[in-house]
Design a protein around this ligand. Structure first.
Ligand code: SAM
Length: 341
């Protein structure tokens, strides 16, 4: 079956990316020899993701032999068959987000009567501490989501491990997406020592702390949500940083002008970040980088917005990519743009 061959030193990074994107086939055992690890892929693996991994890691994708993992009910369905239609169980499984000890899943209204059974099944299947159901979309200025308790211990505070970092958070009071881990690691790799960074919509410090963990930067972590700033303060202490993260509570429109100009501005508020582009451009040094995110159906629209905000300057679009799917036909785009003033 198809698998990824990767040198041992980097195998865990790739394993985590595959696992968090549900691309590792857990029915088979990971194999290794003296120098390499062979990670089995699911049958309909995501070629786009593999290409992204290939850009960062020296992988080979080929047919390898794997032994079957010992049988245990690894399949969420095994806990629910006879109760719910297989297709619906698969939809629920695909909706899983695991944040620290907490599983967050989607249950359609027509399965309301089974919600506790599904919660118990998810608890057993994932062996986590607590299971919650998404009760709303990510909404409001603070981009939070209502959650309904289903199973396990009813405690929403958790510590999530992302690569070698730890993020403390409550997923009902602050925004955090484990699905952006690969994107964060991409940005971390772009940053140079001594950069001044302003993260306009920084939340619990997911970008700033990740960067300052390995790069000697000054990163301003602005957020309008007091809970996000409280967790950012905790996350600065929880992780060993070589750089400095400065948490600032407030609306970026009130705060940005009190700060020094930046070499890099991060703008992950994809629904409305375009409205903040003129402010970001005004705070960027010549030659500075915008790491800009926007929901759109095609990349041209996103590039147009970045260029329009910089009509008096030269804009070099260094990269544009689909970070993740937002809804059918709409993507969470990420752009890296250099602005020459
Ligand atoms: C989508 S979240 C991104 C958080 C973080 N950057 C991440 O990627 O995990 C957007 C964040 O922007 C914050 N926010 C929204 N409007 C803001 C504003 N005008 N000024 C500062 N922060 C704002 C929200 O509270 C929220 O934490």
């Amino acid at each position: 079956m198809k698998g990824i061959k990767i040198i041992k030193k980097q195998a865990n990074d790739v394993r985590v990316i595959l696992l968090s994107n549900k691309q590792l086939c857990t029915k088979y055992k990971v194999r290794n020899d003296k120098d390499y690890v062979y990670l089995p892929l699911i049958t309909d693996y995501d070629e786009g993701l593999i290409e992204k991994i290939r850009k960062e890691y020296p992988i080979e994708v080929n047919d390898y032999d794997y032994k079957q993992a010992q049988y245990r009910p690894t399949n969420f369905m095994d806990y629910l068959t006879d109760k719910i239609d297989e297709e619906k169980i698969e939809d629920i499984r695909k909706s899983f987000d695991i944040i620290g000890d907490i599983v967050i899943l989607e249950i359609p209204d027509e399965l309301e009567e089974y919600k506790k059974v599904i919660g118990q099944a998810a608890l057993k299947f994932t062996k986590r501490r607590s299971v919650y159901r998404k009760k709303s979309k990510v909404q409001g200025v603070m981009r939070t989501r209502e959650l309904e308790y289903l199973a396990g211990i009813d405690d929403l505070e958790t510590i999530h491990k992302e690569y070698s970092l730890r993020f403390k958070l409550n997923p009902s009071t602050v925004y955090y997406s484990p699905r952006l881990a690969t994107e964060r690691s991409r940005i971390v790799k772009q940053v140079h020592d001594n950069e001044v960074i302003i993260d306009f919509f920084a939340g619990i410090g997911s970008f700033t702390v990740s960067i300052a963990h390995v790069k000697n930067v000054t990163a301003y972590n602005i957020d309008i949500n007091p809970e996000a700033i409280r967790y950012a303060q905790e996350n600065i202490k929880l992780n060993k940083l070589v750089g400095k993260v400065i948490p600032i509570l407030g609306d970026v429109r009130d705060v940005a002008d009190t700060l020094e100009d930046a070499d890099r501005i991060i703008m992950n508020l994809p629904g409305t970040s375009k409205d903040f582009l003129p402010l970001a451009v005004s705070k960027l040094k010549s030659g500075g980088i915008l790491n800009y995110y926007e929901f759109a159906s095609c990349e041209d629209v996103v590039i147009k917005h970045v260029k329009e905000a910089n009509e008096n300057y030269d804009v070099e679009i260094m990269d544009i990519r689909k970070v993740k799917s937002q809804s059918p036909g709409v993507w969470h785009y990420g752009v890296d743009a250099k602005i020459i003033k």
